[in-house]
Design a protein around this ligand. Structure first.
Ligand code: CAA
Length: 253
């Protein structure tokens, strides 16, 4: 389900009977929507959420695992590039997490740029209980976010942690009461939506590069992106507005 709200696009996982578990169709639908929204200049921030109060996303749909052959699973993952598409998306992506956020759901949140949670959020990588390991980037993105020890604790025990604990380990950025989650998410998303979309995009690219580049190359990359922004109308407007003591009007050029 997609709801447009000014510069924000909410994508809702809407399979509440199975706690919004993602099957093949869900993933293909999400990818199709993301493709469409990527080129829509009016949309500045994407927000993922789950339908109902019980779950954000309780994982990949386990029913589909019953008779999948290993090589098909591998090829499918490579072809679809579901989590990678979210992690490399050209606009900021926020996970608005209420209720269960498990397995592939947690990995989806890890692929997002920000994770905002309600006090009722419950996060974890319980794949080990199924005799498998996280397969949506969890073994790579989780340690980068919370450190190897905490990541292994979650991945090896399959334990589900409450929102406060998730925040303490850096797995989510904010925790607010359930009734405030939507307002908090909107507030942060709208603040981002007001900035220069070009600067936002390059900030995403630079920071995302930090986990895959060694420091010298990363600093060089940052310097190049920084310099590139000096060629934009938005930079001229931002500096001019500051000097004229007024609010800038960014056009994304
Ligand atoms: N896939 C398919 N169906 C799921 C599901 C999932 N990931 N999670 C929940 N459901 C279904 C349940 O089977 C149940 O369906 P029925 O009513 O038809 O029995 C319905 O959702 C409601 O769930 P429960 O009755 O189990 O609800 P609960 O409150 O007792 O328990 C829960 C909630 C602890 C989250 C439990 O549902 C659970 O453990 N779910 C599975 C979580 C999981 O293992 N996720 C990881 C999947 S593997 C993965 O994601 C791989 C990857 O890395 C990409």
């Amino acid at each position: 389900m997609v709801d447009r709200e000014g510069p924000l696009a909410f994508i809702t996982f809407n399979r509440p009977k199975v706690l919004n578990a993602m099957n093949r169709q869900t993933k293909e639908e999400v990818l199709a929507v993301l493709k469409e929204l990527a080129t829509d200049d009016d949309v500045r921030v994407i927000i993922f959420r789950g339908a109902g109060e019980k779950a954000f996303v309780a994982g990949a749909d386990v029913k589909e695992f019953a008779d999948v052959r290993p090589m098909d699973q591998r090829e499918d993952r490579r072809r679809l590039r579901y989590y990678e598409t979210i992690a490399g998306y050209p606009k900021p992506v926020i996970a608005m997490i209420d209720g269960y956020c498990l397995g592939g759901g947690c990995e989806l949140a890890l692929a997002c740029d920000l994770r905002l949670a309600s006090e009722e959020a419950r996060l974890g990588q319980p794949e080990i209980n199924l005799g498998i390991i996280p397969g949506g980037g969890g073994t790579q993105r989780l340690p980068r976010l919370v450190g190897e020890g905490k990541a292994l604790q979650l991945i090896l025990t399959g334990d589900i942690v409450a929102a406060a604990e998730a925040k303490a380990m850096g797995l989510v950025e904010e925790v607010v009461p359930r009734e405030e989650l939507e307002a908090k998410t909107r507030e942060i998303a709208l603040k981002i939506a007001e900035k220069s979309p070009v600067a936002v995009r390059l900030a995403l690219e630079a920071v995302r590069a930090a986990s895959r580049m060694e420091i010298e190359a990363g600093l060089e990359y940052e310097a190049t992106l920084f310099a590139l922004l000096f060629a934009t109308e938005d930079k001229a407007e931002g500096v001019k507005a500051f000097l004229e003591k007024r609010k800038p009007v960014f056009k994304g050029r």
